[in-house]
Design a protein around this ligand. Sequence first.
Ligand code: FUB
Length: 325
Amino acid sequence: MKKEKRYLVPGDYMADPAVHVFNDRLYIYPSHDWESGIPENDNGDHFNMKDYHVFSTDDPMKGEIVDHGLVLTTEDIPWAGRQLWDCDVAEKDGKYYMYFPLKDQNDIFRIGVAISDRPEGPFIPQPDPMHGSYSMDPAVLNDGDGNYYMYFGGLWGGQLQRYRDNKALENGATFPADNEPSIPGRVAKLSGDMLQFAEEPKAVVILDENGQPLTAGDNERRFFEASWMHKYNGKYYFSYSTGDTHRLCYAIGDNPYGPFTYQGVILTPVVGWTTHHSIVEYRGKWYLFHHDSVPSGGRTWLRSLKVCELEYDAEGKIITIEGLD
Ligand code: FUB
């Protein structure tokens, strides 16, 4: 379906938008791309981000997009190595918790937490990453019953293939055969103080139409990175990027842990290698926030934030949006 779309921050390169409604206002938490000169490779070294800005608006399609400035940089984080990738923010009891992936000084992705009294930051980081955290792309669901769940993980440069049963593999990394179940994303309930996992992370299993887990060879549908969770009509919609096939897809479940049954494509491939998103309801409308590399002339590491409305059909299926529009 052809949609009206808007670039949100034309003056800078921002990617990986996590968007939430706090105090009746939309807050946008993106990655901040820049030209670091690092050559492009499959490990994602060219995504060499080092800080975050926060943006907000009361009308994503037409309103002013307020830049709240720098809210966290790698210089503030005691355990920082490199690469501040996709973050997310959750509110609890008037405090705002930013979850950010960052490589430590051994070049291993961990997930850190930074805290603010305000949704626009600045955010003060905890001295250490979350215990037992690994890989990247954290997305947090506030389930509305006092429980918060973090979804995370990503393949290739995201390092998820280096772990099984929440432990680092001794041989480094293993990918399943094409006919074996794909490597799943992970989900874990957060502790009451929002600073740690309250449990061992579990697999986010996505089933096909026959109730079988999607296989590693099914790269048009299997999970790669960029988890997001939203609820619609009481169902849990887990959405994600398929990475090397460049789609945003989704699967529906009855509870935060799943399993989830594959449903279809939210966004067809955009200009650029990565695709990443969030889905949020605001003042009675649903929106898809994502990025592409059109304004940078296709440079995959210089991405720009975009928004358009998102619609469901009568059965609750998301109507597919064209990425190249
Ligand atoms: O921005 C760096 C990485 O690219 C993100 O963590 C992935 O989801 C992809 O968008």
